[in-house]
Design a protein around this ligand. Structure first.
Ligand SMILES: Nc1ncnc2c1ncn2[C@@H]1O[C@H](COP(=O)(O)OP(=O)(O)OP(=O)(O)O)[C@@H](O)[C@H]1O
Ligand SMILES: [Mg+2]
Length: 437
């Protein structure tokens, strides 16, 4: 479990908070003000933050704003002085998770910490400094409370599943199951049983009774991932489930009432799919009671830098490397990349770069596929993303060549590789540039 960051200028309060946290079985790291808190955050991932409001240098509100520019979903519990309700309200507007007014009992503090920490246990970080994303997370929190069906749409790899999990974690169902079903991965003939279950002997091979995902997610949330891939026949059955709030197991004698909240994701344009007859229009309207759009990475360039830093640290720790960051050149390269595979592609590219890197900083050459040759045989767990990296590499080379009017020697210098590598790559792509001079 990640530690809890305590930010307070009062040493006695700091110690008391630290002790309370440790008594609950968690670890605490302390900082004296927002500035110090931020620099601790740069090196350590935290499970949550507890911060005082009034502090010299950087106060609680300014600190909270800075935290929100980095991590969208890191829970922040704010401690405010007696009688400063307006203050507390303002912090909630800025994305504080909860607040505690002084003076408070340690039981009350413990209760707040425990409930936040239980919810974070299964949370993944949502790194973002982008205003559209911040707004999206705010809407996610607002919509989480009810039982509204939410359709999350956006390009592949933008973080749709992450948002779905976030909605669940912010809802009253957070302690109940979250069950994800990938509609694209289940063969059509098995999908009905997968979703709704079956009775023993209901079809050949049904040797036992089986509960479907809707029942397994009862009182919790089901995520219908890639709903655009759901076959038409099942779409009709799903529509019935959404309308009637009950399911039919295959071979079952009567319908079973269920209380499962439905979230769905898609990277397709369902309006178009409906017009083309591939998706039921009535189901589309049922699902998109609340549509949320996750913007592509190329529309949130500030996140490229934040996410790169985050992934470098993550993979460096995971792979036991000494890598601490990226060179300016490497970052500029990442900023110029189109990221058609979005965050997943960036994550994979950095995973690979950290693996290949030999120094403290990732450089552009760490994104190249076969330079230097000595590193070629490293076992890469990223096969399925090689195409993305290839494309990225090609884009990089082509763009660099364009910048230097096709001069391969100059391009090679900028990219930190041998000019022969550039020539080989170009012949691989079938592109011809006039030789320099
Ligand atoms: N803002 C973010 N901060 C940190 N990690 C992120 C963020 N957004 C996405 N990721 C990571 O990127 C990867 C892809 O995210 P996710 O699976 O949620 O995307 P998706 O839109 O469902 O993708 P697909 O369409 O491929 O299913 C995951 O490993 C996820 O943890
Ligand atoms: Mg997904």
């Amino acid at each position: 479990m990640k530690p809890i960051l305590v930010v307070d200028d009062d040493p006695q309060m700091r110690d008391a908070l630290k002790e309370a946290i440790q008594r609950l079985g968690y670890q605490a790291t302390v900082a004296e003000n927002g500035q110090e808190g931020l620099s601790k955050m740069a090196n350590t991932p935290f499970a949550m933050i507890i911060t005082d409001m009034k502090m010299p240098r950087m106060d609680g509100l300014a600190f909270l704003k800075e935290v929100r520019k980095r991590v969208g979903n890191l829970p922040v519990l704010v401690i405010t002085g007696y009688g400063t309700v307006e203050n507390a309200v303002e912090t909630m507007k800025e994305g504080a998770t909860d607040y505690l007014m002084k003076p408070f009992s340690f039981d009350k503090l413990g209760g707040k910490i425990s409930s936040i920490m239980e919810a974070v246990a299964s949370d993944r970080d949502i790194i973002t400094g982008n205003p559209k994303m911040a707004r999206l997370l705010q809407i996610s929190r607002d919509v989480a409370a009810g039982d509204t069906t939410v359709l999350i749409y956006g390009e592949s790899g933008t973080g749709k599943e992450l948002i779905a999990r976030y909605i669940h974690s912010q809802s009253l169902r957070k302690t109940k199951p979250f069950v994800a079903v990938n509609c694209a991965a289940i063969p059509e003939n098995l999908m009905e049983s997968e979703l709704f279950g079956h009775e023993k002997g209901s079809f050949t091979g049904a040797t036992d009774k089986k509960l479907g995902k809707f029942e397994l997610a009862n009182d919790g949330t089901i995520l219908l991932d890639e709903i655009g891939e759901m076959p038409m026949g099942l779409q009709a059955k799903l529509l019935r489930v959404l309308q009637e709030r009950e399911i039919d197991r295959i071979g079952g004698k009567h319908a079973i009432p269920i209380n499962t909240r439905v979230l769905a994701t898609t990277n397709r344009d369902l309006v178009k799919e409906a017009a083309a007859g591939n998706f039921r229009e009535d189901l589309y309207y049922r699902l998109s009671v609340f549509p949320l759009h996750v913007p592509p990475l190329r529309e949130r360039l500030e996140d490229v830098a934040l996410l790169s830093d985050y992934f470098v640290k993550k993979f460096s720790a995971l792979l036991n490397k000494e890598v601490k960051g990226l060179t300016d050149d490497a970052l500029n390269f990442l900023l110029r990349n189109p990221w058609r595979g979005n965050i997943r592609e960036l994550e994979n590219a950095l995973h690979r770069a950290v693996l290949l890197s030999r120094g403290q900083l990732i450089d552009i050459s760490d994104f190249m596929l076969d330079e230097p040759p000595a590193q070629r045989n490293i076992d890469m767990p990223l096969d399925n993303n090689k195409r993305g990296i290839k494309e990225m590499e090609k884009d990089l080379i082509m763009k660099t060549l364009k910048d230097v009017n096709g001069n391969k020697t100059k391009a090679a210098k900028i990219l930190g590789v041998n000019v022969r590598t550039i020539r080989n790559k170009l012949s691989e792509y079938g592109k011809i540039f006039p030789d320099e001079q």
